[in-house]
Design a protein around this ligand. Structure first.
Ligand code: FAD
Ligand code: NAD
Length: 473
């Protein structure tokens, strides 16, 4: 293998592998270096997302959803079972198979696009040299451009030591091989709610400890309140304004001491999941003299175009500012490769979609009502309840609503908030509308197939101008 490259990418997650493929598509001689090792001890491309994040968590969410429907809602269809059982080991093995298939697929895409790949740790030296270390030794390669895509790692909290057996992080929570009777979760964020839901559906009694006094503060609060009621009905016990003081493993259980509004409680759980957020991973990434600076939050400092403090060194994905989402990192990866090629790669941060894959799903894009109020932007609201959507009723999925926010004067769509079955997919047309600077009226003039869940988006768009057909305006 050569030691001269046009582009060297450090990190093979959704930010890095997309940057590498797009660079190769642009005709650059490209190398990607990634150090993640899978459960078999072998290097595995795809980063957090494919190995221990988006994909495995969705595989478990889907398996547990089938079980939950069998045990809680199939009866309304007239379907009954004598003894529905979940074999957790089979569920985990299925998840592992999907992970293997997809991570292996990145290797094939690299071959097809002629991206060079080395499994190992990469460190940026000065003058865009990259030192690569693995079991075979250390080598140094020279790059014209370096793209740092080192991702993120879980944040830890004092007096709570992860052992990934009893006290687990996201990786450990994806490999629990029997249903814990009682599961404690620290953090009612995306991971806490998604993985808490998995084990709750399989029969665990789940308690979530959340430090903030507001549930899902980043969401539109009308929708967040609706979701809080559903989670409660589903059996998730979410304790707000609650801080875990310590967690100690004793006799194969976890003793948790937590405090809610000054009152201290001690409770024992079979497992404890710590999901209090993630931080940029820069461990071993930068030599002291490479010149790349970090922000005071430990992220790689970049400008709007993902350029670091060193010319021709770029950084993307979870390692830099902005939401920690796979699609945000991938967009930055494409944009940087295009900029290196002299094109105008662009990422529109106003239209990054957010999704929480619980049941129903929460999906949103753009501004919340609270943000519009705070910014003093005049707006109109259009909404439509899923309970009035024919397809939702046919599917036995009547919970939730679509809520659209449009500018009072121009009618431009400023935000979309969907709480429903398949909300993630329903959101796409709102993202497209916003990307094209479209209006609520544009959405309401598009023919939507009947009967579909998407008619709820259509009706909410009409309700912005108080002309919805299937609800009183
Ligand atoms: P990563 O995916 O973290 O990849 C970085 C890679 O770089 C890793 O393989 C790492 O080992 C490697 N690396 C780091 N340092 C070095 C080095 N010095 N040398 C070589 N290699 C190095 N996002 C969504 O959009 N949708 C979801 O549904 C979703 N679900 C999630 C569920 C869970 C449980 C978790 C934890 C995260 C989830 N995310 C989701 C977030 C998503 O996984 C991240 O936003 C995404 O993986 C970030 O991509 P990245 O390429 O920046 O970093
Ligand atoms: P998060 O930021 O979504 O939630 C962390 C929660 O923990 C917050 O509500 C926070 O207030 C709370 N918290 C922090 N410290 C605490 C403490 N000491 N005690 C109690 N609560 C505390 O973070 P996460 O759930 O760990 O997820 C990490 C990242 O991964 C997120 O940024 C998210 O974007 C990404 N992710 C995305 C998806 C998705 O897109 N569906 C799924 C999983 C993860």
């Amino acid at each position: 293998m050569s030691n001269q490259y046009d582009v060297v990418v450090i990190g093979g997650g959704p930010a890095g592998y997309v940057a590498a493929i797009r660079s190769a598509q642009m005709g650059f001689n490209t190398l990607c270096v990634d150090r993640f090792k899978g459960k078999d001890g072998k290097y595995s491309l795809g980063g957090t997302c494919l190995n221990v994040g988006c994909i495995p968590s969705k595989a478990l969410l889907d398996s547990s959803k089938h079980f939950d429907h069998m045990t809680h809602s199939y009866d309304v269809h007239g379907i009954s079972f004598d003894n529905a059982k979940m074999d957790v080991k089979t569920m985990i093995a299925r998840k592992d198979k999907i992970v293997k298939q997809l991570t292996g697929g990145i290797g094939q895409l690299f071959k097809a696009n002629k991206v060079n790949y080395i499994g190992g740790s990469g460190k940026l030296l000065k003058d865009r040299q990259v030192e690569i270390t693995n079991d075979e030794g250390t080598q140094v390669v020279q790059a014209n451009h370096v793209i740092l895509a080192s991702g993120s790692v879980p944040i830890s909290i004092p007096n709570v030591e992860i052992d990934n057996e009893y006290i687990v992080d996201n990786a450990g929570a994806l490999d629990i091989n029997e249903v814990p009777e009682k599961l404690g979760v620290i953090g009612a964020g995306v991971i806490g709610l998604e993985l808490g839901s998995v084990w709750n559906r399989l029969g665990s009694k789940v308690t979530i400890f959340e430090a903030m006094d507001t549930f899902l503060a980043a969401c539109d609060q009308g929708i967040a309140k609706m979701a809080a009621r559903t989670f409660k009905k589903q059996g998730l016990d979410i304790l707000l304004s609650t801080f875990v003081k310590s967690a100690t493993v004793k006799n194969g259980k976890v003793e948790v001491v937590y405090e809610t509004k000054g009152e201290q409680t001690t409770e024992v759980y079979d497992k404890l999941l710590v999901a209090v957020g993630r931080k940029a991973e820069t461990d071993g990434l930068l030599s002291d003299d490479c010149g790349v600076t970090l922000t005071d939050r430990g992220q790689i400092d970049v400008n709007d175009d993902c350029q670091t403090s060193v010319p021709n060194v770029w950084a993307i994905g979870d390692a830099v500012r902005g939401p920690m989402l796979a699609h945000k990192g991938s967009e930055e990866g494409s944009a940087v490769a295009e900029r290196i090629a002299g094109q105008h790669g662009h990422v529109d941060f106003n239209t990054v979609p957010f999704v929480i894959y619980t049941e129903p799903e929460l999906a949103w894009v753009g501004k919340t009502e609270e943000q519009l109020k705070e910014a003093g932007i005049p707006y109109k609201v259009g909404s439509f309840p899923m309970a009035a959507n024919g397809r939702a009723l046919a599917m036995n999925e009547p919970t939730g609503m679509v809520k659209l926010l449009a500018h009072e004067e121009t009618d431009e769509l400023l935000g979309a908030h969907i709480y429903s079955a398949n909300a993630a997919d329903l959101l796409s047309e709102c993202v497209v509308t916003m990307e094209f600077k479209g209006c609520a009226e544009d959405l309401s003039r598009i023919i939507h197939a009947h009967p579909t869940l998407s008619e709820a988006v259509f009706e909410a768009a009409m309700n912005v101008d108080k002309r919805a057909i299937h609800k009183a305006n």
